[in-house]
Design a protein around this ligand. Structure first.
Ligand SMILES: CC(C)(COP(=O)(O)OP(=O)(O)OC[C@H]1O[C@@H](n2cnc3c(N)ncnc32)[C@H](O)[C@@H]1OP(=O)(O)O)[C@@H](O)C(=O)NCCC(=O)NCCS
Length: 217
């Protein structure tokens, strides 16, 4: 069954987690951080993320070619301001008369999984896609990728299997005032979250310097 994503704010995650993951839209200045995140993925995760075994060189090329003005890239930062989760919303070329489609790809660092980051990134990307006139959100992945399939189905995507691969689709409703306001609010909350983390990181560094302790990134 195909369901459309509701415009409720992102509040995914176990109830024990007091604060939901804050998803921020990334820009060209985050290219280096995106690269650090992706090369930190192990061989199996790279295979699942990109659909084939992926070397550092291929990842470097992928990151160098990311077009932040055409596509949208989202991230979740930890307290040290490292990117622990990333999603890439790639806008597929629009064909005359055809539905406008965007492809979603996601990765969360191994130690940060099962805390709702993947779901938060998918919801955030779906909201952005909806607000930028995309009608179909699409995820292509290997059929043995249980995590991604469960995540997609949990968020109402229709999953089709063929020849060892799986495609998940989500039909998005048209944007409205509420969906645009929701996205703006979430972006502001994510900016605030980032600013708080940046301040905390800086004060920790000052205290470490004060006590003559080595600095940590
Ligand atoms: C897929 C991935 C992004 C999920 O990230 P995550 O932050 O752990 O996901 P969430 O915590 O939001 O989980 C949401 C739901 O996904 C499903 N899920 C997540 N990990 C799962 C796993 N290992 N096995 C089965 N289902 C899983 C569950 O239904 C989960 O809901 P629940 O926690 O209420 O049970 C992560 O496993 C990953 O980075 N994998 C490697 C890259 C990849 O496969 N990318 C997808 C292809 S583009």
């Amino acid at each position: 069954m195909t369901k459309s994503l509701s415009s409720t704010p992102v509040t995914v995650g176990p109830s024990t987690n007091p604060s939901p993951p804050q998803v921020r839209e990334l820009h060209d200045g985050h290219r280096e951080a995106v690269l650090r995140h992706l090369v930190a993925l192990g061989p199996e995760d790279r295979h699942l993320r990109f659909g084939s075994p992926t070397s550092d060189i291929v990842i470097e090329r992928y990151v160098a070619n990311l077009d932040f003005s055409r596509d949208a890239v989202f991230g979740v930062f930890n307290g040290a301001l490292n990117l622990i989760g990333i999603a890439h919303l790639a806008y597929l070329p629009a064909k005359r008369g055809a539905l406008r489609t965007a492809e979603f790809g996601v990765s969360v660092l191994l130690g940060e999984r099962h805390r709702g980051l993947g779901a938060a990134l998918l919801k955030r990307a779906a909201m952005h896609a909806r607000n930028t006139q995309i009608t179909t959100l699409f995820v292509h992945c290997l059929a043995n990728n249980k995590a991604m399939m469960n995540l997609a189905q949990k968020l109402g995507m229709r999953v089709e299997f063929a020849y060892g691969d799986a495609d998940a689709y989500l039909i998005l409703p048209p944007a409205n005032v509420q969906s645009i306001l929701n996205e703006a609010t979430q972006e502001q909350m994510a900016d605030l979250d980032y600013a708080v983390k940046a301040n905390l990181k800086q004060s920790k560094q000052i205290w470490r310097w004060f006590f003559g302790m080595p600095n940590r990134s």
